[in-house]
Write a protein that binds this ligand. Sequence first.
Ligand code: AMP
Length: 288
Amino acid sequence: MERLSTIADWRAYCAHQRERGRRVGLVPTMGALHEGHLSLVERARDNGDVVVLSSFVNPRQFSDDADLARYPRTPEVDEGLAEGAGVSALVRPELAEMWPDFPSPTLTTVSVARLGDLLEGAGRPGHFDGVASVVTKLLTVTGPCRAYFGQKDYQQLVVVRRLVRDLAFDVEVVGCPTRRDETGLALSSRNVRLSADGRQRATALSRALRLARESSGPPSERRALMDEVMRVAGVQVAYAEVVDAETLTPLSDEQRVVGRALVAGFVERVRLIDNAEIDLRERGVTCC
Ligand code: AMP
């Protein structure tokens, strides 16, 4: 496995792979790797890609300095996991090259309007500008055929798909299913900050989504149900929404489509998110 950190080496490595006729698959991460990240690597390997895994804790997507400082960092463990999973190149870009002006604001920003302002964007102003800007730079330097993102961060996937479409990046965005532990909790680098009791409470997010999927009520009822399940479990709810899968706008009770349910909340000051597909086409008659 190659270990790269400068943009020059990283760009040259990817160009060399393309010249050899290989397809480059990019897996962008913030490190602190777990099985969820490795499932993206596995998917890229199944597609026959040369896998470039980037690991960069992007300060521009954190709105809170304390959250950035607390973000888990496990570089040695990551190296072993990446190598074991068959990553071809582990890229750890330097902050000074990614955002040369940091901590002053970077003048160039990629912003996906509206999609980036809803849900996570409402609670974390500027978050998706940071995501869209870093993903643009990762794609520009890597020049991959495919880029792999988890459905775990569903809104991020929607934002990235839009940015790739709008800016005509020549890359296929591959959305991969969420990996969970045996309790249903979505794997996340942030889970290591939860106590045993916190982990238990955090299972309320996936439970709320499951109950909302199983309900036959309209979106308003399912939102209320998810909200209640999380609150009862002691989650400080940020939102519990049922939205259009592409525009992310809330669905009305009359809409009978396949939408997306998204939840977010805090447990022990750790922000957790999860989501699931929700089929509203076949549901109980609400009036006679
Ligand atoms: P992160 O390091 O949290 O920024 O995540 C890097 C990539 O891994 C993103 O595309 C995430 O959506 C994806 N990812 C994170 N957790 C999971 C999971 N539990 N299952 C699948 N993909 C995940």
